[in-house]
Write a protein that binds this ligand. Structure first.
Ligand code: DX5
Ligand code: ZN
Length: 215
């Protein structure tokens, strides 16, 4: 069964401690934090201070998705704030192998995130040196967008490369995941489902998390 990582992007920012506790109690496996810098993506969310403030509210792994231009500068600050799994974008302009090595040198799990237009092959040389690949199923920047089903072909290709290479990285999918699209992702080999709107936008979060996991 896939792991479920609710994205706090869709939670009430004025009440985040309670939202983190609610997602934890609802059965979340990880908690997903969407970091945007207004430069790599046309939106701004939050920095390490917010991750640090949330840390006491759950013992579940914190999954920090860096949609920023300079992950080498900021990844260590997010690690220090309590991040466990840290992904950054292959398209960010920095040398991805170096950033992966940096995150791992800090004792955390390191991942590459791929925008919809970036093929799986672009990540192929890195797959032996990472812990997870985040496949975006929407353009990064905003929650609540429609799922792009082509992301499933990319996940399948990554799963194929993983099997061919005898590798053990996880495949995460992020964007437009709900009860209808989660089964498509799971069938494509996705291990971790990120869901914002379809968890925090529902009155019964435990039911929402269970529905996604049931995929
Ligand atoms: C988009 C973010 C996603 C997104 C998921 O840039 O990376 O995590 O918020 O939100 P939903 O589930 O609403 O598509
Ligand atoms: Zn995300």
């Amino acid at each position: 069964m896939p792991l479920v990582a609710p994205s706090l992007l869709a939670a009430d920012f004025a009440d985040l401690g309670a939202q983190v506790r609610a997602a934890d109690l609802a059965g979340a496996d990880w908690l997903h934090f969407d970091v945007m810098d207004g430069h790599f993506v046309p939106n701004i969310t939050f920095g390490p201070a917010l991750v640090r403030a949330c840390r006491p509210h759950s013992a579940k792994p914190f999954d920090v998705h860096l949609m920023i231009a300079q992950p080498s500068v900021y990844a260590p600050r997010f690690v220090e704030a309590g991040a466990d799994w840290v992904s950054f974008h292959l398209e960010c302009g920095e040398a991805p192998a170096d950033v992966l090595r940096l995150i791992r040198s800090l004792g955390r799990r390191a991942g590459i995130a791929l925008k919809p237009a970036t093929p799986a092959e672009a990540a192929a040389p890195l797959l032996k040196d990472l812990d997870f690949v985040l496949v975006m199923s929407v353009e990064p920047g905003f929650g609540g967008q429609a799922f792009q089903p082509e992301a499933c072909s990319k996940a399948r290709e990554l799963a194929r490369l993983r099997a061919a290479g005898g590798l053990g990285f996880l495949i995460e999918m992020d964007g437009g995941i709900d009860e209808r699209t989660a089964p498509l992702a799971a069938a494509a080999g996705v291990d971790v489902l990120v869901a914002g709107t379809s968890v925090f936008g529902r009155p019964d979060r435990a039911r929402a998390v269970a529905a996604l996991r049931g995929a």
